[in-house]
Design a binder for this molecule. Sequence first.
Ligand code: TPP
Ligand code: SF4
Length: 274
Amino acid sequence: MEDFFDLYRKDRWPTIFCPGCGIGTVMNCFYRAFSELNLDQDRVVFVSGVGCSSRVPGYIRADSIHTTHGRALAVATGINLANPDLKVIVFTGDGDLGAIGGNHFINASRRNVEMTVICINNNIYGMTGGQASTTTPYNALSSTTPFGNKEYPFDLAELAVTAGANFVARWTVRNVKEIIGSMKKALTKKGFSFVEIVSPCPTGFGRRNKMGDPKQMYEWLKIKTVRREKTKSWDIDPVDLNIEGQISVGEFVERNRPSLAEVLRSIKPKIEQT
Ligand SMILES: Cc1ncc(C[n+]2csc(CCOP(=O)(O)OP(=O)(O)O)c2C)c(N)n1
Ligand code: SF4
């Protein structure tokens, strides 16, 4: 890629994102990581489900497939197995990936399917008006939990680690340098790589939970963030991933298990002669 700006699909501007939304920051970090790696736009396929986070590929000048809600990883798996020479990159949200798409997420991690998944976790269904998702913090308000969420949230990054992904990192949108670094590692890693970015949704989450303006939400992220170097993420009970609790960030795992496509290609079937 010749120029950072070649990756923008400027004819699609302005974006649909609300003022103060963190998705634009993630998108810019991605542009930076992709262009610094000098990856070939013609050898990449972007895949997304449905949601504000899933809109990102629409602003990138490369081939992409906007699939149905929750099915991005299933389609991405098919693309990778059909043509392992293409780099498959998924943009998804916590609802798309952790709720309706949760089974695909666990199994793509387990199978170590070759793809990079970037999940923008804003703790809510942003696009559809603020319903609770699987990462909505305990006791948080949403349009479907008017008395506070009584379900405990998933820890998406830990889920990917446990299920077997080759590379897993989590940051918040405040950690721009670290996000770019982890995205570069994820994009060059063989197998399933996962980068979760905790991001503010002032419209669907912040407003209802009286978290102030977008600037105050960014301040909230700063106060809540704990580096993994200082604490193991399992020291933080996932139940604590709530508004009063903490968000552990860092690179959680890096391993080199062969990807599903590599394993399948190495099979040499023995044909029995009769
Ligand atoms: C099968 C199906 N069910 C539900 C919907 C409605 N829907 C669209 S986006 C969405 C949630 C989006 O949340 P998330 O993936 O977290 O993305 P965000 O908008 O927060 O970035 C839902 C429930 C749909 N489009 N298709
Ligand atoms: S609804 Fe939330 S996630 Fe969607 S664009 Fe607005 S602030 Fe961002």
